[in-house]
Structures are given as structure tokens and as C-alpha cells.
Write a protein that binds this ligand. Structure first.
Ligand SMILES: Cc1ncc(COP(=O)(O)O)c(C=O)c1O
Length: 364
């Protein structure tokens, strides 16, 4: 039986299907226009139904961060998965070996030790695992510096049990850029540095087939750089308050909101909803501070969270009443899905489906 948004229990994450479908289609078209493969990062939604929409729109497989996410998506029938994370250890390698029987797999590496731990398990089984080298283009998190990439690539390429397929990066530093021009500069660097690194490896005889970039703020520009073969944005499918603040999209492009109920109005300038950090996460707004969520259609923001309370700093001229429902745009959509068992897919005011978050909590 179809229910409406007014009838759902709160707090609840809802996905606006019209917006989601438009986001999926736009990114698919941007990649298709350039002949670049789109491999969306599924850590954002962790949901089979959304992954299927992305594949139906032309995505070439999915990207995940964890072996457990890869297992969850393989269980749901996805057969082309890139674990875009430096996977380390024989325990993980044994799970990947089992997974390789039912999916085309690729895995990230950024160290000799990590690569060797995968190579040991795969070569002992007489199998080969496809790997890509993670390159640091400025985030300074994981990834080998471009000038050290050749040395590492030569060592990885020589390991029995591994096949080095290419290079990948994530220009997450874009999230700290205060202006769209700054984000554009990061996107340009992301594509250029990665393509140059790939070319240097090729010149040394290493067959680099894949040059894979990917973050939502940089995706549309980075995928246009000549030589890029793949793009892996994740957040674009939902977008969120940070993407709006970065200038990546407008509020009308945000598909994921939290429906919450005002449970208390203790003062004219303070109202409290039933969505706290366990519903919205405590992730900050990027690239500049701005509380913990925006009330849709209002100027009011959440200024403070505890686990089950979201405290709204009521904007001048606005007011809320106990029992009223609001929709909150989260700062960071990717962490919100991981906090919920299911997402409600809505069209207009009607709930059309309940989607289980199949890879929720798969952090191993
Ligand atoms: C390796 C990697 N690839 C792709 C992405 C997707 O980036 P975004 O969430 O900006 O879409 C991420 C995000 O953290 C990532 O770590």
C-alpha cells in the first residue's frame, strides 16, 4: 500500500527519486560524451537498488572502499567491483580470493608490503589479482607520491599473483577549497598529474590501461582531461549540503534528506528535532563551517547535535511548532546512509519503495 511522507515514522532518510534519477543520468551522460567509463563509488549509498540504476544508466561496474562492501554487492549480483582502497593483509586477501570466483575484481595498492600480502595468497592459489596503484595528487592521505610511483610500480609489476592494470587517485582536497575556481584547479591537477604518471609508467614498459580519477566536486572536469579512462564519483548520486556549499550543485539537486519531527520548542530561537548525530552524523559542513544540517526551504540550520537531539538555531522571522515535520539536508550524505537500515524512495510525497542498505556497517 502506498504511503505518503506525512505517514512515515521519523526520523527517516528519504531519497527523492526524480532528483536521484536526474543525478544518475547527468553523470552518466558526462562520462559517455567523453568515452570515459563511469564506475560510481557505492560507499555513498550502499544500496543495491541504486547500484542497479547506475549500471542501467551505463556505469562500468561499481567502486567500493571495503572488502565487506564488495562481498555485499557481489551477493546482490554485481560482478565488476573495484576496491579503491589500499588493501593489506592475508586475511583480506583470502576473502578477495573467494570473491574472485564470482566477480571481476580489482584492488588498490600503495605499498610493497600491502601488495606482497595480496600476491602471496593469490600466487599460492595459482590465481592473479588485478591491482591499480593509488597515486597521491595532493590529498596527502594514502597513495604514493607521483615521483615515487615508477619505483613502486616496477616492484608490484614483478610480483607473481598480481597484474598491475593502472593508476587511480581521489582528489579529496577539493572539499577544502573555498571557491569554485579552487575546486576547478584541483580537478585540473587531478587529471593532469594522474595522466602524466600513467605515461611515465608506460614509457618504462609498464602496461597502464586504466587511469582512474574521481571525486564529486572534481568529476565533471577531471573526466574531460585527455588520457583519463575512468571516473569514480560517489556522492553525486545524492549530493548534500557540502556539495551545495562548494558550488558543485544547487539545493534542488540534493536527493537525500532526513524527515524529522520537531519534539520541543523550549525558546523562540531554539527548536529541537528527533534527529541527532546517530541520524545525521556529526560530519562538518565543507568547505567552511555551517552547523549540522539545513532545514529545507528555510534559513534555519542545526547548530548543535547530541545523539538523539538536533538543536535548531531558529533563524530570525522563522518559527517551528511541536509536532511539525521538517526535511533536513545533511552535510555529508555518504555517512548518513551507513547510519540507517533502509532508505525510503519517494516520488513527490508518495513512498514508492523501501531500499535495504545492504552494505551498511561493512567496515571490514
Ligand atoms: C578512493 C575514492 N574514490 C572515489 C571517492 C568518491 O568521492 P566523492 O565522495 O567525492 O564522490 C572517494 C571518496 O571518499 C574515494 O575515497
Amino acid at each position: 500500500m502506498l504511503i505518503t511522507l506525512d505517514e512515515i515514522e521519523t526520523p527517516a532518510p528519504v531519497v527523492d527519486l526524480d532528483v536521484l534519477e536526474r543525478n544518475v543520468a547527468r553523470m552518466a551522460a558526462a562520462a559517455r560524451e567523453r568515452g570515459v567509463h563511469l564506475r560510481p563509488h557505492a560507499k555513498t549509498h550502499k544500496t543495491a537498488a541504486i547500484g542497479r540504476l547506475q549500471i542501467a544508466a551505463g556505469a562500468h561496474g561499481l567502486c567500493v572502499a571495503k572488502v565487506g562492501e564488495a562481498e555485499a554487492f557481489a551477493d546482490a549480483g554485481f560482478d565488476d567491483l573495484f576496491v579503491a582502497y589500499p588493501i593489506v593483509g592475508a586475511d583480506k586477501a583470502r576473502r578477495l580470493l573467494a570473491l574472485a570466483d564470482r566477480a571481476r575484481l580489482m584492488v588498490g595498492v600503495d605499498s610493497v608490503e600491502g601488495a606482497a600480502s595480496l600476491a602471496g595468497v593469490f600466487s599460492a592459489a595459482g590465481r592473479t589479482l588485478d591491482v591499480r596503484l593509488k597515486i597521491d595528487v595532493g590529498l596527502h592521505r594514502v597513495g604514493v607520491a607521483p615521483e615515487r610511483a615508477l619505483e613502486l610500480a616496477e616492484r608490484v609489476a614483478a610480483m607473481a599473483g598480481l597484474r598491475l592494470r593502472g593508476v587511480f587517485t581521489h582528489a579529496g582536497q577539493a572539499y577544502g577549497e573555498p571557491t569554485p575556481e579552487g575546486v576547478a584547479a584541483v580537478a585540473g591537477d587531478e587529471g593532469r598529474i594522474l595522466v602524466e604518471t600513467g605515461a611515465r609508467l608506460r614509457a618504462a614498459g609498464i602496461p597502464v590501461e586504466d587511469v582512474s580519477v574521481g571525486s564529486t566536486p572534481t568529476a565533471r572536469q577531471a573526466l574531460r582531461v585527455d588520457g583519463v579512462t575512468e571516473c569514480r564519483p560517489g556522492n553525486y548520486v545524492f549530493n548534500d549540503g557540502s556539495q551545495v556549499a562548494l558550488g558543485t550543485c544547487g539545493p534542488e539537486d540534493c536527493a537525500l534528506t532526513l524527515v524529522a519531527t520537531v519534539v520541543s520548542v523550549p525558546a523562540a530561537d531554539r527548536a529541537v528535532v528527533d534527529a541527532g548525530s546517530k541520524t545525521l552524523s556529526s560530519d562538518p559542513l565543507r568547505p567552511r563551517e555551517g552547523g549540522y544540517g539545513q532545514v529545507r526551504g528555510r534559513a534555519t540550520r542545526l547548530s548543535r547535535l547530541s545523539e538523539e537531539h538536533g538543536v535548531m538555531a531558529v533563524a530570525p522571522g522563522e518559527s517551528f511548532r511541536v509536532g511539525e515535520r521538517v526535511r533536513i539536508l545533511p552535510n555529508h550524505a555518504c555517512v548518513v546512509s551507513n547510519l540507517h537500515d533502509r532508505l525510503l524512495a519517494v516520488r513527490g510525497d508518495s513512498v514508492e519503495a523501501e531500499w535495504p542498505v545492504i552494505a551498511r556497517g561493512r567496515v571490514q
